[in-house]
Structures are given as C-alpha cells and as structure tokens.
Design a protein around this ligand. Structure first.
Ligand code: F0G
Length: 458
C-alpha cells in the first residue's frame, strides 16, 4: 500500500517563528509555566487544541466573501440550516458562537440544583456549564476506557449497566438529559460504537429521558465506526453520521472541530417547546435565531465545512496521520493512551514520569518540557484540569488519568512537522528522569487550567 498523503495542496501559508531554548525558558517563566498564557507567536508547533485552528478550504474562504450579512433571514443561515439538517436530521437548528454557548443554553434550561447529567465523559466546558447551573455532571465511561494501555476499538463507550443503575437510584425525574460525547475528548479522543449509542438510547427511552450528542468530532467518530464496527464497512461516513444522530433527540456542536471553522457552533433539538425556549435565550445573549452569535460569513463557512468533513479521503488521511504519530512514539517506548484517538495523541504522564505524583502535576511538567525543548505547545488533561482539593478535609482528589494532549489542528501541519514533534517528544522521554513537579501559585474558581500560574518544585 502506498503512503496516505495529505489530500490537499497548500495555497496560502503563514510563517512560524523559531526561538532558542533560552528564550523559551524565560517566556515560560513569564507565563507562570502555563502554556495558555504564552503568546501564540512564540510557539513553533501549536498542538494546544484542534479547536478553531483548522485551515479553511478555498471554498470556505470564498464563502466568507459570499456570506449574507442580513440581520434576519440571511441566505447563509438557510444554507447552513439545510446542511446541518441533512446530516443530523434534527428539526431545529440554532446557531451559536461556539459549542459552549449551545451548552450554556441547554443546561440553562434543563439544569439546576438536584439535577444529574450522565455522559460517557463530560468535557471541561460541558462539566462547567452543568455545574454553573447548579447540576451535577457524572461520567459513565466503561472500565476499558479508563485503562490507558488497553487496546480496544471503542474506548469511548458508555457503561450502560452503571448508567441504568444510576437512573434507577436517582429517579428519572432528576435526570433531564443523558449525553454522549463523540469522540470522547477527555478520555483520549476515543470513539463510541453505534451499538453503544443505540443501547444508550434504549435505556434513555425506557425511562423517558432524552439523549443528546456532544457532536464536536462526529465525523471522526463515524469514520472509526466504518473502520471498526461490523456491518458499516460499505456505508459512507455521511450515512453513518446520520444513523448516529438518528438515535439522539438533539446535539450540541462546536463547529470549531469537525466543521473546519475558526468560530461557530450550534444547538440542535427535535422538541418544539424546548427549541422555543432555547431561541428565546439565544436572543438575549447570542443574537437573532438566524445568526446566533455569528456573522453570515461564518454560517457560510460552517455549511461548507460540514460538507467537506465527511469526505472519506480527508477522514482516511486524518485518522491515519494521528495513528502515525502514535505508532512512532510507541516504537521508541513513549507511553501513550492506546490506541491513538481521532484528533490527538495523549501522552500518559503517570507512566511517562512515575516519579512525579499527581498532586505535583506530572502532565504540566511534560507540557513545560515540550515547550522548552522544542517550542511545542500542548495541554495537560489531568489533575490541573480536573483535580480538586476538598475544602473541608484539605485532601487532594486527583484526576483519574494524567494526560498530555497533543491535539492536531485539521489540515494545518504536514508530515515533517509531525516528524519533528516525534523527535522532540522522544528526546524529552529519554531525559525524563530530570523532570520535576509543579505547584499552583494562583488559580481561578472555575476552569482553573486556563489562567493558573505555576512554580517548579525544586
Ligand atoms: N465538547 C467537547 C467534547 C469539546 O472538546 C469542546 C471543546 C466543547 C464541547 C466546547 O466547544 O470550545 O466551541 O465552546 N474543546 C476544545 C478542546 C476547547 O481544546 O478540546 P467550544
């Protein structure tokens, strides 16, 4: 078989800035050892996120020029609505400026004190929005999904039995919604099987609870189903995506991932009454229902992106390029969350540097070192993001996993960029015994990882 190549050619480029290790050392110190606080122009390869960082296509850029900027009833809205309805099948498509705005509206309506929201794994903004409403966000990932070294096809799957036990215990009246995140970002970008979505829907229906997809990476999930699940080999990614959505009653979507846009998202619902309340809330904080928080040009780019993402040449390249990075790191012994996910490789910090305990943030230590050694920006997904210190007992509750995510922006970096990343990670791994832990010297009450400041422990 021949090399799977980038299924595009490059028309427009942007230079990246080279810095010296000494410069990076002082940049890091100034940023409180938090990569979110580094200026992007001081980063050589930016793997902080795959969100809003995609390269748009020539057709998307021409859509930007062609966008209809009318306040109400813009042509670009109707094009976007048509594409989103075609893929998701949902009756009401409500544009928002990004995924979390859709979440805020949804949980603003359904959330509140005493309400429980089960998910395979909530992403940080989903969890924050549930908690901000006064509700509780709970994860029901299968045991294999929590084992970073186990190789399995669908490690994003929901633990159906645990979910059902939970519903029986808490009562369906306290569970306004069940969610499934595809792919499971916080758990390694791992896919959820069609069978698992179907079974979750069966349980939800039995108790009369609606099911919603966190659909940010729906196309990547659909492609994994095509590759791994029996009976889907001959279906198109689009048909598979349509079937995934058919089991749900709505979705929240950050179009900054699987719609190749720099800004955009939507909330989709089947329920008429809920959609009406959501649109009312939308007008208060986002905008009129035919633009949400977006410009007409954004809607145009989103419509085009939703069509392009389901191209199987693209998806073949996308999934293979992440797998390539995972394979090469595994070959040199770097412990990663196995198997490679859809949008990122997650280094397993617990196995990478077992000498640094969770309360000294091993993931953060690796993140800082990758920047120092190679100018690579990554992100900790571990106890900085999810760990909590109990206010009463003072006990530190660490995250279940200590990960460092190398998220790959869509259509942005070539194979030689990725080869460079492999060299840098390998070097950091070879010298891992020198790494030290970190302590937090400043943190905000919510989503602390964005603004926290750290100090190395000497
Ligand atoms: N759900 C999931 C699974 C996500 O990964 C994200 C964003 C959101 C919801 C929120 O969407 O950013 O448009 O408001 N994830 C980004 C990331 C930030 O880096 O993984 P948003």
């Amino acid at each position: 078989m021949k090399t799977i190549i980038e299924p595009f050619k490059i028309k427009s480029v942007e230079p990246i800035k080279f810095t010296t290790p000494e410069e990076r050392e002082s940049i890091l110190l100034e940023a409180g050892y938090n990569p979110f606080l580094i200026r992007a122009e001081d980063v050589l390869i930016d793997l902080l996120t795959d969100s809003g960082t995609s390269a748009m296509s020539a057709k998307q850029w021409s859509g930007i020029m062609d966008g209809d900027e009318s306040y109400a009833g813009a042509r670009s809205f109707f094009r976007f609505e048509k594409v989103a309805k075609e893929i998701t099948g949902f009756r009401h498509i409500i544009p928002t400026h990004q995924g979390r705005a859709a979440e805020r509206i949804l949980f603003g309506i359904l959330g509140g004190k005493g309400k429980y929201f089960p998910n395979n794994t909530h992403f940080d903004t989903t969890r924050a929005n549930v908690e901000f409403s006064g509700g509780q966000a709970l994860d029901f990932l299968t045991a294999v999904g929590k084992d970073t070294s186990a190789i399995a096809d669908f490690k994003g799957n929901m633990d159906i039995e645990a979910l059902e036990r939970f519903i029986a215990e808490k009562g369906r009246e306290n569970i306004p919604l069940i969610m499934i995140t595809v792919t499971n970002n916080a758990g390694g970008g791992q896919p959820v099987s069609m069978e698992n979505i179907r079974q979750t829907k069966e349980v939800a229906s039995r108790y009369g609870i609606p099911l919603s997809l966190d659909a940010c990476r729906f196309a990547e999930n659909a492609f994994f189903i095509k590759k791994r699940e029996k009976g889907y080999q001959n279906k198109t990614a689009k048909e598979i995506a349509q079937e995934m959505f058919s089991y749900a009653d709505g979705c929240t979507m950050s179009a900054k991932k699987d719609a190749f846009v720099n800004m955009g998202g939507f909330l989709a619902l089947n329920d008429e009454k809920l959609a009406m309340i959501a649109r009312n809330m939308l007008v208060v904080t986002e905008g009129f229902p035919t633009y949400g928080g977006l410009a007409g040009r954004d809607l145009e780019a989103m419509a085009q992106g939703l069509e392009e993402i389901l191209d199987e040449n693209y998806l073949t390249y996308r999934i293979r390029s992440i797998e390539y990075l995972g394979e090469k790191l595994t070959e040199v012994g770097v412990p990663i969350l196995q198997p490679p996910g859809g949008h990122a490789i997650y280094l397993d910090a617990k196995r990478f540097i077992p000498h640094i305990p969770p309360h000294q943030f091993p993931g953060q230590a690796i993140v800082c070192e990758l920047y120092k050694v190679g100018g690579i920006r990554s992100v900790e997904i571990g106890s900085v993001m999810f760990g909590k210190t109990d206010k009463i007992s003072g006990k530190f509750n660490s995250s279940a996993m200590e990960l460092v995510r190398l998220a790959i922006p869509r259509r942005v970096y070539t194979q030689s960029h990725i080869d460079y990343v492999i060299e840098v990670v390998s070097e950091v791994y070879r010298n891992r015994s020198h790494l030290r832990g970190y302590q937090i010297i400043f943190e905000a009450p919510l989503l602390r990882h964005f603004t926290a400041r750290f100090e190395p422990i000497v």
